[in-house]
Ligand binder design. Structure first.
Ligand SMILES: [Zn+2]
Length: 413
C-alpha cells in the first residue's frame, strides 16, 4: 500500500447528497476526510485530472463466496427455481473455502467498493479484511424449511453474532434465506435475535412470481422443488399468510433488508414506505435483468418513499461485483430517475441499509476516507452525473481508510 497525499483534486468531486463540486478538493488525514471544497489547500495537492471523485461505493447485497465462478450459472431468462438447482449443485461439487471471499473482496476494492453486505455461509476470513480494510457486514445464511433443522440454525446465528464481536474486523448480520426455505419458527427466532442483539437482517423476498404462488396458494414450481428435496412441510408458508405479513414480521427486526422485491404488491410497498427508517429494499439491476423479470418497480417505490439501495448479488447471476456497473445499468433502465438518486443508491442509501451512513457513503468531514476516482470523458455536460453514468470510464484509483490501494494507481492520468 502507498500512503495518500493530504489533498486530492478532481475535475468533479461528488459529495453525494449535495451538488457536484467542479475542480473540487478533498483533504484526508489519519484515515478520515477533514475538509472538502474548492481552492482550499495551501499544502500539497495531488491533481487527479479528468476524474470524478466519489465516496467509496457500497454493495448492499452480495454472495461473495460464489466469486470463483467465471460466469453466471444456468442461462439468461431461466426461472429462479431452476437456477437454484444449479446453485445447489455447484455448492455440492465445490468444497467450501475462503478463496472466493478473498478474491471477491480484492475485486470489490479494485472496482471502488469499500463496503459490502455479504450473505455468508461461515465467519468471513480475517486475513483479507485486515489487509484490505473493506467494511464487511456478514449476514449468516440460515436455511431450515423443516422443523428438525431449526435448533442448529438458531445456534449458528448466536455464534455468528458472538464471533463478530470477538473479531472486531467485521459486523454480523443474519439472513433467513427466503420464505420458501425458512420455517416460520426460525424466522420468529431470528427476528427476535436481530432486535435483541442489534444486528441487521436480510431476507430474499418477492423475487419471483413462483415464490408468490407458493406463499399465496402453497403450490407451483417451488413446492415441487421442495418436495423433491424432501424439504416441504405443511408448516412452511402457512395458509392465509400474505407477502405483507412477512414484511410486518421483518419490521420487528433491528433493521431489515428486503432483497430483490421484484414483485412487491401495493400493500407491501405502503408498509415499506411507512417503515423506511429501518427497512430497505435492495435492488440488484443486472441480476434482475438476467432472469428476465417484469420491469422493476423502482420509480413506484421511490415515489412512495421506500428506501432503496443497490446490490450486485452474486457472480452466479451477474458478470462481476461492480457497483458502478450496476448504477450505470440502472441509469439506463430507469431514465426518469434523477442521476443524483442513482448515485445515492450505490453509495449513501446502501451505506444506510448497512447501518453505516454515519461514516460511509458520502464525502463530508468526519467520514472515513474511502474514495474512488472514475475516469471521465473530455466532453462537457450540464449535469456532471451524465459524465459519470453515460460514459464507460474505469475506476482509476481507490482509497480505503485514507490509504491508496495498490493496482489502482495512475493508469489513466
Ligand atoms: Zn442474493
Amino acid at each position: 500500500m502507498i500512503s495518500s497525499r493530504p489533498t486530492l483534486k478532481a475535475r468533479y468531486v461528488f459529495p453525494v447528497g449535495s451538488d457536484p463540486i467542479p475542480d473540487g478538493e478533498v483533504t484526508i488525514d489519519q484515515g478520515q476526510i477533514v475538509a472538502m471544497g474548492r481552492h482550499m489547500a495551501s499544502g500539497e495537492v495531488e491533481d487527479l485530472g479528468n476524474v470524478a471523485l466519489l465516496p467509496g461505493l457500497v454493495n448492499a447485497h452480495a454472495h461473495l463466496d460464489l466469486s470463483d465462478l467465471a460466469r453466471p450459472l444456468g442461462t439468461p431468462g431461466m426461472p429462479v427455481v431452476e437456477w437454484l438447482r444449479c446453485v445447489i449443485n455447484y455448492r455440492l461439487m465445490t468444497p467450501a473455502s475462503d478463496h472466493g471471499v478473498t478474491r471477491a473482496l480484492e475485486e470489490s476494492l479494485r472496482l471502488g467498493t469499500t463496503a459490502v453486505g455479504d450473505i455468508s455461509q461461515t465467519e468471513p476470513p480475517a486475513e483479507p479484511l485486515g489487509r484490505l480494510g473493506v467494511d464487511l457486514t456478514s449476514f449468516l445464511e440460515l436455511i431450515a424449511p423443516t422443523p428438525e433443522r431449526i435448533e442448529s440454525q438458531a445456534a449458528r446465528a448466536e455464534r455468528h453474532v458472538e464471533a463478530a464481536r470477538a473479531s472486531g474486523l467485521w459486523s454480523a448480520g443474519l439472513s433467513p434465506h427466503a420464505p420458501y426455505s425458512v420455517h416460520p419458527d426460525l424466522l420468529t427466532r431470528t427476528v427476535a435475535l436481530s432486535a435483541e442483539r442489534h444486528v441487521p437482517l436480510a431476507m430474499h423476498m418477492a423475487e419471483s412470481r413462483e415464490e408468490l404462488e407458493l406463499i399465496r396458494h402453497r403450490r407451483g414450481p417451488f413446492r415441487e422443488f421442495l418436495e423433491r428435496l424432501g424439504a416441504w412441510t405443511s408448516e412452511l408458508c402457512p395458509t392465509g399468510i400474505e407477502l405483507v405479513d412477512y414484511l410486518r414480521q421483518l419490521a420487528l427486526a433491528h433493521r431489515a433488508l428486503v432483497i430483490h422485491g421484484n414483485y412487491l404488491d401495493d400493500a407491501s410497498i405502503a408498509l415499506l414506505a411507512a417503515e423506511s427508517e429501518r427497512m430497505m429494499v435492495i435492488y440488484c439491476p443486472r441480476t434482475h435483468a438476467y432472469f428476465g423479470h417484469d420491469a422493476y418497480p423502482l420509480e413506484k417505490m421511490l415515489a412512495a418513499g421506500v428506501s432503496v439501495a443497490l446490490g450486485t448479488d452474486s457472480r452466479a447471476s451477474s458478470p462481476d461485483l461492480s457497483v458502478l456497473a450496476e448504477m450505470r445499468f440502472a441509469a439506463r433502465r430507469h431514465p426518469s430517475v434523477a442521476r443524483s438518486v442513482i448515485l445515492e443508491l450505490g453509495t449513501l442509501r446502501a451505506a444506510a441499509a448497512l447501518g453505516r451512513a454515519h461514516v460511509l457513503g458520502s464525502l463530508r468531514p468526519g467520514n472515513r476516507a474511502d474514495l474512488v476516482a472514475v475516469a471521465l470523458s473530455d466532453r462537457d455536460a450540464a449535469d456532471p452525473h451524465e459524465l459519470l453514468f453515460e460514459g464507460d470510464g474505469d475506476v482509476v484509483a481507490v482509497w480505503c481508510r485514507g490509504v491508496r490501494t495498490e493496482g489502482t494507481a495512475n493508469e489513466r492520468r
